[in-house]
Design a protein around this ligand. Structure first.
Ligand SMILES: *Cc1c(COP(=O)(O)O)cnc(C)c1O
Ligand code: SF4
Length: 347
């Protein structure tokens, strides 16, 4: 179903909101009252960029974008730009070499003691900086037998005590699939924690309903949900309710952000994000520097500047609201934490 009008989406089911997301550049710009002829050169939108990685924006996300503002931080995260097609040295389709740690369809085993299951290839919004924007999802559709093979793999590796549902967005999968996977994992004695890395509580908060809370909190596994928010304006009333429901059901809530030029590369924005997250029961966990995926170069913030921002952030916030500044290195068994800039030259 393609929604042509903006009104009425609040009464849609989450499935309708997911399948009815905006997919056309013209429609997005029209709904926001933006005339492409008025775009600043560095923010020129481009249909061609959305051909290699499609445009996708949920109505809930759209509702939080300021109409008529090209530099809106939420718009920037989803708007396909002409500059994505420029060559950026050092950028590639698989910056984290995940294809080397993909022993079975649906399973990525790169971290020590943890595996990632790519449960769904879909998302509620397509983030232009996504490091999996070129991930070969078509080769990672396990099907029923495939999921049994994944469970068998986890059973053969008793050092794995945490399973991370990932994607795409794992919550784009339906509850029956997820509930059956959660039961299968709970039957493996060495697995203790079930973690979800999901942007749906932020990008499509209607997803957080009773059916989801039932399976997520209905096994012996400790549930952890890592949401992904980059800017305090993402956290509106609808999102706040979804987060409070998760927290109220006993789910540990963490947030991971990506440091993005033009979106959140500002101490004040990052501080407000941490405070707003904690207002809704979420602890800031990671602040990531960008993964160098083709098409995302215009979002890069240098590591030197990232460390400087992070240090200033640490002067403003209590320690528990300061996310870990981290980088993901291809082939590494864990993230690399970026040290404070004491040894760096003065900027
Ligand atoms: C870092 C990361 C993980 C693993 O996180 P840890 O807390 O370091 O185990 C899982 N999924 C994504 C998308 C990540 O970026
Ligand atoms: S929601 Fe996550 S997986 Fe989906 S496009 Fe955005 S960053 Fe990528």
């Amino acid at each position: 179903m393609i929604a042509r009008s903006f009104d009425g989406w609040q009464s849609w089911s989450w499935q309708q909101q997911l399948s009815g997301a905006i997919r056309h550049l013209d429609e997005l710009l029209a709904l926001l009252g933006l005339d492409p002829a008025t775009a600043p050169p560095e923010l020129a939108p481009a249909l061609a960029a959305s051909q290699s990685f499609s445009l996708r924006v949920s109505h809930s996300w759209l509702n939080r974008i300021r109409p008529g503002d090209w530099s809106d931080p939420l718009l920037r995260q989803v708007l396909p730009l002409a500059t994505e097609l420029d060559p950026w040295p050092g950028y590639s389709d698989d910056p984290l070499a995940e294809r080397d740690s993909n022993p079975l369809p649906g399973l990525i085993h790169k971290y020590h003691g943890r595996v990632l299951l790519t449960v769904s290839s879909a998302c509620a919004i397509n983030c232009r900086y996504c490091f999996r924007r070129a991930f070969p999802y078509q080769d990672n559709r396990p099907g029923r037998d495939g999921w049994q093979a994944v469970l068998d793999y986890v059973a053969r590796h008793p050092e794995i005590d945490e399973v991370i549902l990932s994607g795409g967005d794992p919550l784009a999968a339906n509850d029956a699939t997820l509930a059956s996977l959660a039961r299968g994992l709970a039957d493996l004695p060495s697995v203790r924690r079930l973690r979800l890395h999901t942007r749906l509580p932020i990008a499509l908060p209607a997803r957080i309903d009773d059916a989801l809370l039932d399976w997520l909190t209905g096994t012996r596994l400790q549930p952890i949900v890592v949401v992904h928010s980059n800017h305090p304006r993402e956290l509106d009333q609808e999102v706040a309710q979804a987060l409070q429901r998760l927290g109220g059901a006993g789910v540990t809530l963490l947030n991971q952000s990506v440091l993005l030029r033009g979106v959140n590369d500002c101490v004040d924005t990052l501080a407000r994000l941490s405070l707003a997250l904690f207002d809704h029961g979420v602890l800031p966990y990671y602040l990531h520097v960008l993964d160098r995926v083709t098409g995302a170069g215009h979002f890069e913030v240098s590591e030197l500047r990232a460390r400087e921002l992070w240090q200033r952030l640490g002067q403003r916030l209590p320690g528990f609201l300061l996310p870990r500044l981290a980088r993901e290195d291809a082939g590494a068994r864990a993230k690399t934490l970026l040290a404070p800039p004491s040894e760096a030259p003065e900027p």
